[in-house]
Design a protein around this ligand. Structure first.
Ligand SMILES: Nc1ncnc2c1ncn2[C@@H]1O[C@H](COP(=O)(O)OP(=O)(O)OP(=O)(O)O)[C@@H](O)[C@H]1O
Length: 496
């Protein structure tokens, strides 16, 4: 996932939408919206780029934090002198959360303009409009800055999470924007995930990015990956996050096969709660919902990350990749404003992907990995087609699918380019939750259909979806989710 904590929302949206609209009847890019009402976004709301067209990067850095909700750090690591064990880690992680929460409380109690009222940050834009009247004095501003700067300090004036306290344990993954490693926080005695994003920006912009990221401090939800802090590391911006020890859903299905449909239902529920929390409480639209931004842990929790809070970060990611999300809704591809219903579309695509174990868009239903053998028999190479449109040999195909399931743009002998895919999303019927080999519950099929109406007005809202039968009648408990997470081969391997 990218740092949608940084970053993901509209990764590359503009640059992709433009070619499409020029080659089809699609509309040109509209100004980004900051909310479901479709009104034009303010310059900073939700980290939305001031001009979405000029943004090279996908939105959506991740990161979030739920200070008040206990989540267990991954087991198996020694703590500072304490007997290694689950309880030791829980208490360390909780202690850190409490410490941050206390700092927040004291900051808030001394001023209504607490540290999240940062200039140019999404929340800042929001809260400034209500609390900052024309007469804000210089003194007040200074006080505000002071509180901001103490936000991540402990009672000794030290940063709560500093890069030098983190020792690298292992790589967790890499996305377009950065790399993620599992780290041991020597000072706090707990494990964390550290995301490093290569940022191509001058020091002042870098500082601005770090300020904007502080908004994640204010996120507190059991459905949002917890944020512990951020810091500068050479040319990188580092973000310390809650370690989700079962990993992201894309890794999970790639290593374990399709996710059981009942578990997919709980994923849907968790993502919807997370989206609603972000929107209702912080007026943030996630903008980059996809399996790699949905994470699970062995506590049986499912959380989202990588929502875009820092426009500066999105703008400054050094990676030259001009990405786009293949999970983007048709209206977004056509340049319509982003709304929470765009996230609902991305959720629908992600759910199909998890249930089938492959990315749903393909020009051949035979792209189902379970059906590789059939494909081999049916494949009939056409020597008149260019080499790069020929289907590769089965072994290579299988290898490629294993490598790139989830962003599979190919199948059936042809390779779909990213522009073809975006055209396909706009012009063809939405994918459905169907498989030749499995029958899914009708409630699940209907739920996904409701996520994937191409017209956002018809598409259901998160509230409506949460009230649907598939969610309401689910009998899957958190204990079941825990058992599922513990059964994953990737998790088992880790624990050996
Ligand atoms: N908090 C976390 N706990 C455990 N694993 C994580 C965590 N955050 C990220 N990861 C792992 O690191 C991988 C890389 O994450 P990153 O956000 O850099 O990119 P991405 O979301 O996979 O791709 P993209 O940059 O295209 O969005 C994720 O796919 C996930 O497997």
């Amino acid at each position: 996932m990218s740092d949608n904590p940084l970053l993901q929302p509209s990764r590359g949206t503009p640059s992709l939408a433009k070619p499409i609209s020029s080659s089809s009847t699609t509309t040109s890019l509209a100004p980004a919206s900051n909310g479901s009402n479709g009104s034009p976004a303010s310059s900073s709301a939700f980290g939305t780029p001031k001009s979405s067209i000029s943004r090279k990067k996908p939105l959506g850095l991740d990161i979030s934090k739920s200070i008040l909700k206990p989540t267990r750090a991954a087991p198996g690591l020694p703590s500072n002198g304490a007997t290694p064990g689950k309880d030791a880690y829980i208490s360390e992680a909780d202690r850190l959360r409490e410490e941050i929460a206390n700092l927040q409380l004291s900051s808030k109690s001394t001023s209504s303009n607490h540290s999240l009222s940062l200039p140019d940050s999404p929340v800042a834009a929001h809260s400034d409009s209500s609390t900052n009247t024309a007469g804000s004095s210089t003194t007040k501003k200074k006080d505000k800055e002071k509180k901001k700067s103490s936000k991540h300090k402990d009672q000794h004036g030290e940063d709560l999470v500093k890069d030098e306290d983190l020792s690298i344990l292992e790589d967790l993954g890499a996305g377009n924007g950065g790399t993620v490693t599992k780290v041991w926080n020597k000072k706090r005695g707990c494990v964390m995930a550290r995301k490093l994003i290569l940022v191509d920006a001058k020091p002042s912009v870098r500082k601005q990015i770090l300020r904007e990221l502080q908004i994640m401090n204010d996120c507190s939800s059991p459905y949002i990956v917890e944020y512990y802090g951020c810091f500068s590391v050479d040319v990188h911006v580092g973000i310390a996050l809650e370690l989700m020890d079962a990993g992201s859903l894309d890794h999970i299905y790639r290593h374990n096969g399709p996710v059981p449909i009942d578990i997919v239902g709980k994923v849907a529920e968790a993502v919807l709660h997370g989206l609603l929390y972000l929107y209702d409480v912080h007026r943030i639209i996630h903008r980059d919902i996809k399996p790699s931004n949905i994470l699970a842990n062995t506590q049986g929790q499912i959380k989202i990350c990588d929502f875009g809070v820092s426009g500066e970060l999105i703008n400054s990611i050094a990676n030259t990749f001009v990405g786009t999300s293949t999970y983007m809704s048709p209206e977004r591809i056509q340049g319509a404003p982003y709304t929470i219903k765009s996230d609902v579309w991305s959720l629908g695509i992600s759910l199909i992907e998890l249930a089938l174990g492959r990315f749903p868009f393909s020009d051949s239903p035979e792209a189902d990995p379970e059906e590789d053998d059939e494909e081999e028999e049916e494949y009939d190479p056409d020597p008149t087609l260019p080499l790069n449109t020929q289907r590769p040999k089965l072994d290579a195909l299988k290898h490629e699918r294993r490598k790139s399931k989830g962003v599979s743009l190919g199948g059936g002998g042809h390779t779909m380019s990213i522009l073809d895919l975006l055209q396909h999303i706009v012009n063809e019927p939405a994918p459905r939750l169907v498989s030749k080999r499995k029958t899914f519950p009708s409630e699940a099929v209907t739920f996904v259909e409701n996520c994937l109406y191409k017209d956002p007005a018809e598409r259901k809202s998160p509230q409506e979806l949460l009230a649907s039968d598939w969610i309401v009648k689910s009998k899957v408990t958190q204990e079941d989710l825990r058992a599922w997470a513990l059964s994953l081969s990737s998790v088992n391997k880790e624990n050996k």
